[in-house]
Design a protein around this ligand. Structure first.
Ligand SMILES: NC(=O)c1ccc[n+]([C@@H]2O[C@H](COP(=O)([O-])OP(=O)(O)OC[C@H]3O[C@@H](n4cnc5c(N)ncnc54)[C@H](OP(=O)(O)O)[C@@H]3O)[C@@H](O)[C@H]2O)c1
Length: 184
């Protein structure tokens, strides 16, 4: 039986997002929507690069975010203040994987536009990331990390292909933690 993540191409998009901000040791990176199918890879890839990661999610996602190596922070009103409290020395880069709130918060925290990226929306002056601007070989690189046990693939739910509608509906709620898998 073949298993394929519903967000297959997103693995490429996240590689492009990582390339925009180019994380490394000494970085503190704010990741918006850190527990989603894209976020679970974003957090781990930034951690593998040696960065500290602060990830936004609801309160119920906090443990899952910690398990990935992120420090959880609740999204919504007051985000800037909560991040300042967690990282008084400042945030150096940001990936907004949900909309524009995290990118706007990053600007307020003093992150320069060239170290902010979005994947789900566009903001003037900020470079968006998507599968189309991913580097050649990105998918192989990510697959290699998974095969080597360096990148975990949290599975939120499994569906047989006959129930693909339910899978898409679950995904569309935008509160999934990890990947939604369709079994073919
Ligand atoms: N441009 C591209 O190439 C590309 C590629 C792939 C994906 N995308 C887009 O990237 C986005 C992310 O996709 P995804 O599948 O990872 O996740 P998603 O389903 O869009 O979002 C799920 C995550 O977002 C969090 N979340 C919910 N409301 C939030 C809010 N107001 N602020 C911040 N986070 C919030 C949820 O946390 P809680 O469950 O804790 O609430 C959950 O972890 C989507 O818009 C997708 O279409 C773009």
């Amino acid at each position: 039986m073949f298993r394929r993540a519903i967000q297959g191409r997103r693995q490429i998009g996240i590689s492009a997002a990582i390339a925009v901000i180019n994380p490394g040791p000494g970085d503190t990176i704010l990741v918006g929507g850190a527990g989603g199918g894209v976020g679970v890879f974003a957090v781990q890839l930034a951690r593998l690069a040696g960065a500290r990661v602060i990830g936004t999610g609801s309160a119920t996602s906090a443990d899952a975010l910690r398990a990935l190596g992120a420090e959880p922070v609740v999204y919504g009103d007051g985000l800037v203040d909560r991040v300042r409290e967690l990282a008084p020395a400042g945030v150096t880069a940001a990936m907004d994987l949900h909309g524009t709130d995290t990118a706007q918060a990053a600007r307020k925290l003093g992150v320069p536009d060239e170290r902010i990226t979005t994947i789900a929306a566009q903001i003037d002056g900020i470079r968006p990331a998507n599968g189309a601007n991913a580097a050649l070989g990105a998918i192989e690189e990510i697959a290699g990390l998974v095969a080597a046990g360096q990148l975990r693939v949290p599975i939120a739910a499994n569906f047989p292909v006959e129930e693909i509608r339910a899978a898409v509906e679950l995904q569309a709620e935008r509160h999934v933690q990890g990947k939604v898998v369709i079994n073919l």
